[in-house]
Design a protein around this ligand. Structure first.
Ligand code: ATP
Ligand code: MG
Ligand code: MG
Ligand code: MG
Length: 471
C-alpha cells in the first residue's frame, strides 16, 4: 500500500466516524512564538483544546506535517541511525474536542489497524500509563488484548502535558513487532530501546487541568489527541523494517545515490549519508516552502544547520560541487500532489538551497582540513578540543552539531566546556577592542546592546505574507 493511499485511507476512515478533515498547517506555528516548529498534529488545535477558540466541529482528522529538529523535540541526531526517526515527517491524527473519549478512541484505533488495514493483532503491543486502570480495562476486556502484550509505563512515556500547567493526561501507545531478527525488547522492558518493537500510534487522553501547584482537576469535557507517523505505518504496511525503505524515501535515496554515483545497501557509512540526504531534503524543502530561509538564529538557523549537515554528507559521498538542490525535483515528483504549495515553491526552494550551499562551500574545505589536522593524532574516545570547535563555528561556519556529527563518525567526543570558554574569550576580546577604539558614546550604547541581546533576524519573508509562505 503506497503512502499516498495510506494517508487517504486514514482520512477516509475517520470521516466515516464523523470527523472533519482539516488540511495540514504550515511548519511554523501560527500565533505561537514559544514553539519553534509544529512538532505534532495537535499543535494547530492548541487553542481549541485550551477552550480559547471554538470550531464548527468536535471531531477532526488531519495529516499534519511536522518538524522535530531543535526545541523540546529534537530527532536530528537520530536521523540515518535509527529505522524510525526523521526531522520532517507526517503525523496522522484524529481529535475529539470534548466529544468522545477513551473507549471510542481505543476502538477506532484498533479497528482501523486490524480491520481496515488488516494488521495481525498478535503483532500489536500496547502500553498504558501505570495508573490508568480504565484504559487497561478497555484494552483487555473490551478489545480482547492478551494481557501479556500490554504493559504499564511511567510518566516519561505515558503521561502527556501541554506545558507546566494546563491540559494533560495519560496516554496509551501502540507498537508493532517487526520480528525476532531485530534486536530490542517489548515496550516497558529494560531492552525496549531497540528498533524491534516500533511505536506507531500515541493516543493521548486529555483528562486533567494542572494548576501552578501541580494539582490535577478533572476536565469537565475531556478531549482526545492522537498521532501516528505516516512513515512508520508505511514501513509496516510495505513489509519493511526501516522507514527509509518505504516508497516515501526510496526514490529520494535512489536519486541521491545516482547523483553521487554510489550504491545503497552495500556499506553502512554510505547508507547513513544517503538516508541523511533523503531526510534533509524533505525537511529543508518544506521549511523553505513554509517561509523559513537560512539565517544565523532561530528557525532560520535550524534550516541552515540542516542544509550544512546535508552538504557535508554529500561531500562525504564524493560530491565536490553544489548538488543538494537537485534533489528537490524528485521530491516534488513524490509529494507535489499531496502538497500543492510545495510544487509552486519549487524554484524558490532550489534557489535558496543553491545559495546556501555555494556559500558554505567557500569555507567547507578549509574547515575540514583544520579539523582533520586537529584530530589526526586523537585516539578513539578522545575529545575534539573546544578551541577547534569554536574556530570551526566562528570562522568556517560549521554549526556545532555538524562537528558533533563528524565526532560521532570518528568515535570522538566534543569538549563543549572548552568551546564555551573559547567563545567567552572571544566576547571579552571584542569588548575590550571596542572600549579602546575611542568611539563616540552612542555607538558604545549600540555595541553594548548588541552584546547583551540575542541576534535579530529578518522576518519579512514570514511576517509580510500573512500565511507564512513565500509564494
Ligand atoms: P519515539 O519514542 O519513537 O521517539 P515519540 O514517543 O517521541 O516516538 P510521539 O511524540 O508520541 O513520538 O509522536 C506520535 C507519533 O509520531 C509516534 O508514535 C510516531 O509514530 C511518530 N513520530 C514521532 N517522532 C517521529 C520522528 N522523529 N520521525 C517519524 N515519526 C515520528
Ligand atoms: Mg521521540
Ligand atoms: Mg515514544
Ligand atoms: Mg510516544
Amino acid at each position: 500500500m503506497h503512502a499516498q493511499a495510506i494517508r487517504q485511507a486514514f482520512l477516509e476512515y475517520f470521516v466515516e466516524q464523523g470527523h472533519q478533515i482539516v488540511p495540514s498547517s504550515p511548519l511554523i506555528p501560527r500565533n505561537d512564538p514559544t514553539l519553534l516548529f509544529t512538532n505534532a498534529g495537535m499543535v494547530p488545535f492548541k487553542d481549541v483544546f485550551l477552550g480559547l477558540e471554538t470550531r464548527p466541529y468536535r471531531r477532526a482528522v488531519s495529516s499534519q506535517r511536522c518538524m522535530r529538529a531543535g526545541g523540546k523535540h529534537n530527532d536530528l541526531e537520530n536521523v540515518g541511525y535509527t529505522a524510525r526517526h526523521h526531522t520532517f515527517f507526517e503525523m496522522l491524527g484524529n481529535f475529539s474536542f470534548g466529544d468522545y473519549f477513551k473507549r471510542e478512541v481505543i476502538g477506532f484505533a484498533w479497528r482501523f489497524l486490524t480491520e481496515r488495514l488488516d494488521l495481525p493483532p498478535e503483532k500489536l503491543w500496547i502500553t498504558v500509563y501505570e495508573e490508568d486502570d480504565e484504559a487497561a480495562d478497555i484494552w483487555i476486556n473490551e478489545i480482547g488484548i492478551d494481557p501479556a502484550r500490554l504493559s504499564r509505563c511511567g510518566e516519561k512515556d505515558n503521561f502527556w502535558s501541554m506545558g507546566d500547567t494546563g491540559p494533560c493526561g495519560p496516554c496509551s501507545e501502540i507498537f508493532y513487532d517487526h520480528g525476532p531478527h531485530i534486536p530490542g525488547g517489548p515496550p516497558g522492558s529494560p531492552e525496549a530501546d531497540g528498533d524491534r518493537y516500533i511505536e506507531i500510534w500515541n493516543l493521548v487522553f486529555m483528562q486533567f487541568d494542572r494548576d501552578s501547584n501541580g494539582a490535577l482537576t478533572p476536565l469537565p469535557k475531556p478531549s482526545v489527541d492522537t498521532g501516528m507517523g505516516l512513515e512508520r505505518l508505511a514501513a509496516v504496511l510495505q513489509g519493511v523494517h526501516n522507514n527509509y525503505d518505504t516508497d516515501l524515501f526510496k526514490p529520494l535515496i535512489a536519486a541521491a545515490a545516482q547523483l553521487c554515483g554510489k550504491a545503497y545497501g552495500r556499506d553502512m557509512a554510505t547508507d547513513i549519508s544517503l538516508r541523511v540526504l533523503a531526510d534533509h531534503i524533505r525537511a529543508c524543502s518544506f521549511l523553505i516552502t513554509d517561509g523559513v530561509l537560512p539565517a544565523n538564529e532561530g528557525r532560520g538557523y535550524v534550516l541552515r544547520r540542516i542544509i550544512r549537515r546535508a552538504v557535508r554528507h554529500g561531500r562525504k559521498l564524493g560530491m565536490e560541487t553544489v548538488f543538494f538542490h537537485q534533489l528537490v525535483a524528485p521530491l516534488v515528483a513524490e509529494m507535489g500532489s499531496a502538497f500543492p504549495e510545495f510544487t509552486r515553491a519549487q524554484r524558490e526552494v532550489e534557489r535558496a538551497l543553491e545559495r546556501e550551499e555555494t556559500r558554505f562551500r567557500e569555507t567547507l574545505e578549509r574547515g575540514l582540513s583544520l579539523l582533520e589536522e586537529a584530530i589526526a593524532g586523537l585516539a578513539a574516545g578522545a575529545a575534539i578540543p573546544g578551541e577547534i570547535i569554536f574556530r570551526l563555528a566562528d570562522t568556517f561556519g560549521f554549526p556545532v552539531d555538524l562537528t558533533a556529527d563528524i565526532a560521532r563518525e570518528r568515535d570522538l567526543i566534543m569538549d563543549m566546556g572548552g568551546y564555551e570558554a573559547a567563545m567567552a574569550t572571544q566576547r571579552s576580546r571584542s569588548r575590550a577592542a571596542w572600549a579602546g577604539s575611542g568611539e563616540i558614546k552612542t555607538e558604545r550604547v549600540y555595541h553594548d546592546l548588541a552584546m547583551r541581546l540575542p541576534a535579530t533576524g529578518f522576518t519579512g519573508y514570514t511576517a509580510c505574507a500573512g500565511e507564512g509562505k513565500i509564494l
